[in-house]
Design a protein around this ligand. Structure first.
Ligand SMILES: Cc1ncc(COP(=O)(O)O)c(C=O)c1O
Length: 434
């Protein structure tokens, strides 16, 4: 072995020893837009009263109009996070105590915790192991008389099996909602993700492809859903009497309002979305090309009639082929100067919140309000595909963003190949791999 072939984890020189540039898409446009808002002195346009300002300030409304135009939706409701959007759209579907909503366990926590926030409980269905979205067969097996709807997640930038889930939801009289926080601009059968379900939520938090610091937008073609979401966003209980609204279930509101500066940044960012996605796809394709023939590593798949927008670049790893534990492989590639993570988030059904069924107060609400409370068991074995992917197979990187270049992708590939070529040297560390 030459000195340069020695893995960085064993003291050799890394493939890359310079810090990679971070992701920063904030430019002059955003700065100008924020300054214009600051000059008005009005940083939020909302008032919780039955007047036009109930719907927010000019930038919030402009952001909503821009989302409607971009995604072809009739309504958009901007909120201060996708978490708020999840809560608002579940409330708008009249979800409440006693109801069940089927969700995947492989997602950011808010997807499931916002179901609890409405007083309902999430029921976890397993995911499919190619693109990591809800498995429609498992969803069907988890439907009960208490199921109100399905909340699908377009994870890592790829659409879930939305067509099949929509058919199932329609057949059973259920709603389908989409958590589209990670897949803005992805397509399924020529339609944007976020528009297949009754409503879909986007995130504008700072880790996402487009951002405004903290923010979220829900889009829907359903006027009633949009109207109810607006009530939940802005203290609905304060206006229903004056507005003559008699259908008051789930209209007690919160403050889910988005500020004007954030909205102004969001407008600029949305204009950049297609370009940013195209850059990600170009980089991801380069990586896939380079990794295609690496034994033990399966690059991400894009299902036919879908497009992938690569929030993360997620691969499946087979340690029985490489002879290196997954954790050691990820550590060794990271040591070569290219971040690689072993697994994603712990499957949600394994979190204490669910295993102990303790949420509001120590008494167990809302689980205690579920008709099947005793039979509702969360724990290992509930979603075996998800657990296998998380425990054994998934490795992922976020390094597919501009301004990284194709040369960076080639460096990543070189790092992976270098580590695997040195597997026998690294193998001796397998025992100490954590
Ligand atoms: C799938 C998914 N859902 C929901 C959220 C919550 O987004 P936010 O931080 O905007 O509330 C995230 C953020 O990481 C996410 O990835």
């Amino acid at each position: 072995m030459s000195a340069s072939d020695k893995p960085a984890l064993l003291g050799g020189p890394p493939v890359n020893d310079r810090p990679l540039p971070s992701y920063n898409t904030i430019g002059q446009e955003e700065k100008r837009a924020v300054m214009e808002v600051l000059d008005t002195g009005v940083l939020s346009g909302f008032v919780a009263a039955p007047i036009p300002e109930f719907h927010g300030g000019p930038k919030v409304r402009e952001l909503e109009a821009a989302f409607c135009r971009k995604f072809g939706a009739k309504h958009a409701v901007a909120v201060n996070s996708a978490t708020s959007g999840l809560y608002g759209m579940l409330m708008a579907m009249d979800v409440g105590p006693g109801d069940e909503v089927v969700v995947p366990p492989y997602t950011m926590h808010a997807t499931a915790s916002m179901v609890l926030q409405t007083g309902a409980v999430p029921v976890f269905a397993d995911i499919e192991d190619e693109t990591f979205g809800l498995d429609p067969v498992s969803v069907e097996a988890n439907l009960t008389p208490y199921t109100k709807g399905i909340l699908a997640v377009n994870l890592f930038g790829h659409p879930a099996r939305l067509e099949a889930l929509k058919d199932l939801a329609d057949q059973r009289g259920l709603f389908l909602l989409e958590d589209n926080a990670q897949a803005p601009g992805a397509l399924v059968e020529g339609r944007y993700t976020g528009t297949v379900g009754r409503a879909g939520v986007f995130s504008l938090n700072r880790h996402k492809t487009i951002q405004c610091g903290e923010g979220g937008v829900v889009i829907t073609d359903d006027e009633r859903v949009a109207a109810k979401m607006e009530l939940v966003r802005n203290h609905g209980e304060a206006v229903v009497a004056d507005l003559g609204i008699t259908d008051i279930a789930n209209t007690m509101g919160q403050n889910l309002r988005l500020g004007e500066m954030e909205a102004a940044v969001g407008i600029c960012q949305l204009e950049k979305l297609d370009g940013l996605n195209a850059a990600r796809v170009r980089l991801a394709d380069r990586l896939t090309e380079g990794l295609a023939d690496v034994p033990g590593l399966s690059p991400p798949l894009t299902r036919p009639n879908c497009s992938h927008v690569y929030y993360f670049y997620v691969m499946r790893y087979d340690a029985s082929i490489t002879g290196l534990s997954r954790d050691l492989f990820a550590r060794a590639v990271t040591a070569e100067g290219y971040y690689l993570r072993s697994g994603y988030l712990r499957p949600l059904h394994l979190e204490p919140l669910f295993r102990q069924k303790i949420c509001f107060g120590p008494g167990g609400f809302p689980f205690t309000a579920n008709h099947r409370n005793q039979d509702l068991v969360y724990g290992p074995g509930l979603c075996p595909t998800c657990e296998r992917l998380q425990d054994e197979e998934i490795v992922l990187t976020n390094l597919i963003y501009p301004p990284l270049t194709e040369a960076d992708m080639d460096g990543f590939v070189a790092a992976v190949k270098k580590v695997l070529a040195a597997a026998s040297d690294l193998r001796s560390m397998n025992g100490a791999a954590t």
